[in-house]
Ligand binder design. Structure first.
Ligand code: ASP
Ligand code: MG
Length: 431
């Protein structure tokens, strides 16, 4: 068994869906689970619609829904020649349900309403893909992810109940594959990013959560491998928008990938790797446009982890230095006080360093959280800070051309371990 995940870009228009179908059709002799995201930028649009809904701007919400419906209908026109195809009815019905839902005033729980509205993107996308596969004679069964992935009620960032999920996934999907073992390549289609509570309410797993869905299904079904189809060649050692000469990381270990995701590489949703690591299921990242190319593979092999340096750039950083007002040493009770403030406000520390008289912390600047943090700490400590900084993380820096990266940036703080170099820098162009 194998799991394929197609992200928003790989189903953003009719040609992309045709390409995804071609890739699905190339899989022979193995049961396949297809996980799809919402089409193109649909999730962003639905997020805006939820906001308008909460602001009581029904006209605005309806107008954006009209646009979104048009986009999906046009995409479907490009796939289904017969205008009488049931897909058009299904799209109309999904949007009708959304228009209808927005007529009622929203409930008090924003995150609950968010999941109700935003989940429509994956629902519609998966129905279109499933119908199109059928049209191309790739027989498949569509599942509602809310019946497969069982979560708690932490709407918008729901936590998976692994035992219940494993039970429901296996009891639903395995019999389908068994019953259809005459078909050379039975296919299941479901939505990424979505789950459901035991009460049957829809939940979402956090933005970009479709990779995670693929991993959950791979884990519970003990898949042979999970493949994420992307609009890039695979895992690159830097964001090509920032560094021009990127290298493809052909094979890295789960641990290396977890480190990269932890430091802020955005290519794989960070939660994705743990379930795969637990059952040693390889994760492939392959090019959607060149499906025959190998792409990248993440597995237990770590021999190539240090073949290339990887660069991760995080912007909008704040560097805060904290000094006891009486010039006493930074002792453990100070640290415990400072950490509890960060934990209370939910601010993730990206890097920290202490000296005898001060403690420095680098974190993502946030319009709401940063002022609240400063206000609290100011009561007890002297504070000095810089904002609008960049945090540069270089894994396997011994092979990196550091001068090129630095290019007249000013280093405010440096930290080095055996494998990782981090700099907090002031960018002269920006500041
Ligand atoms: N559609 C969701 C998002 O854009 C989930 C995903 O694409 O992974 O965040
Ligand atoms: Mg995505």
């Amino acid at each position: 068994m194998i799991v394929y995940k197609f992200g928003g870009a790989s189903v953003k228009n009719a040609d992309a869906v045709k390409n995804a179908t071609k890739i699905i059709g190339q899989n022979k002799n193995e049961p396949l689970i297809v996980v799809v995201s919402a089409m193109g930028k649909t999730t962003n649009a639905l997020e805006r619609i939820t906001e308008l809904f909460f602001q009581g701007n029904l006209a605005g919400a309806n107008e954006s829904l009209d646009e979104l419906k048009q986009y999906h209908l046009e995409l479907a026109y490009g796939l289904f020649p017969k205008k009488s195809h049931i897909i058009f009815n299904a799209i109309e019905r999904s949007f009708y349900n959304l228009y209808y839902y927005l007529q009622q005033p929203p409930g008090r729980n924003y995150n609950y309403e968010y999941d109700r509205v935003v989940s429509a993107g994956e629902m519609i996308s998966s129905i279109i893909v499933s119908e199109y596969l059928e049209e191309q004679e790739i027989h498949n069964r569509w599942y509602n992810a809310k019946d497969l992935i069982i979560t708690d009620t932490n709407y918008r960032d729901a936590n998976v109940d692994w035992l219940k999920t494993e039970k429901s996934v296996r009891s639903k999907i395995i019999p389908y594959f068994k019953k259809n073992n005459q078909i050379p390549n039975p296919v299941v289609v479901t939505q990424g990013f979505l789950g459901g509570t035991t009460q049957g309410f829809i939940t979402t797993l956090g933005r970009e959560g479709s990779d995670y869905t693929a991993a959950i299904l791979g884990y519970t079904l003990r898949a042979r491998e999970v493949v994420i189809w992307k609009d890039v060649a695979g895992l690159l050692n830097a964001d090509p928008k920032i560094l021009p000469n990127t290298v493809l990381l052909k094979n890295i270990s789960y641990q290396e990938a977890i480190e990269l995701a932890y430091f802020g590489a955005t290519i794989i949703h960070p939660k994705t790797l743990k379930p795969l690591l637990k059952r040693s299921i390889p994760l492939k990242v392959k090019s959607f446009y060149n499906s025959e190319q190998e792409g990248s593979i993440i597995n237990r092999d770590y021999i190539n982890d240090n073949s290339h340096p990887s660069y991760i750039f995080k912007t909008n950083q704040m560097l805060l230095s904290i000094f006891p007002k009486d010039f006493s040493f930074i002792a453990e009770h100070n640290l415990s006080r400072i950490f509890s403030e960060f934990a209370r406000l939910g601010i993730k520390i990206n890097l920290m360093q202490n000296s005898a008289l001060s403690f420095s912390v680098c974190f993502d600047h946030d319009k709401i959280k940063t002022p609240a943090l400063l206000k609290d700490l100011e009561k007890i400590y002297h504070l000095k800070y810089n904002d609008n900084l960049d945090l540069i993380t270089i894994r396997h820096y011994e092979k990196a051309n550091l001068d090129e990266i630095l290019q007249n940036k000013e280093i405010l703080l440096e930290q080095k371990s055996r494998t990782t170099l981090q700099w907090v820098v002031k960018n002269p162009i920006k500041n």
